[in-house]
Design a protein around this ligand. Sequence first.
Ligand code: NI
Ligand code: MN
Length: 225
Amino acid sequence: MKLKYFSHSAFQLTTDNGKVILIDPFLDDNPTSPIKSNDVHADYIILSHAHGDHVGDAFKIAKRCNPLFICVYELANYCISKGFNAHPLHIGGGNNFDFGRVKFTIAHHGSQTPEGNYAGSPAGIIISTGGKNIYHTGDTGLFYDMKLIGEMNSIDYMLLPIGDNFTMGIDDAVKAVEFVNPKIAIPMHYNTFPPIATDPNVFKTKVEALGKKCIVLKFGEEIQI
Ligand code: NI
Ligand code: MN
């Protein structure tokens, strides 16, 4: 299985059965992504919420690749209204797909379409595939129920924001890692724009001080997981 980090909250997961899953593919207007939307393929696109820096180029990619969107009901309806295929989930619910399972968790944030319409709740995403559990928290502040998420799911990779301003900053993100207790923490949602500039190595040092592992992925880097 392979995990690629484009930058911001945008990841690509290539599963053992060759399915390509994009999460929050914000590429073309993302000044930090070395990879642009014409260069990616998608079988599935999972959106954590409807903000522009997360929906990103999803529709542009979908026109070319015809993926299945996985998002909360209201956002799924928005994708369907644009002519795409979508599977609606909602907070606390999961579904099995041909690559594995996706379950949505709470995330404390907002969600609004580019046209300014209500898009349901923002979500965190747990993907279970290839014997691994990957938890992409979406945009969120710190919340104590992360402890429950960690108790009920053995998380291998936790992808979480550290950029502050719109989401958790470093200290709250370190506490989130403590709550969820993943095998490996991967920071995201930083250095894309000046308001979320921060040093991921400060986060890494603090996570390692907890005795936990942290990988700071380079923008565009792909790792075997
Ligand atoms: Ni957001
Ligand atoms: Mn965001």
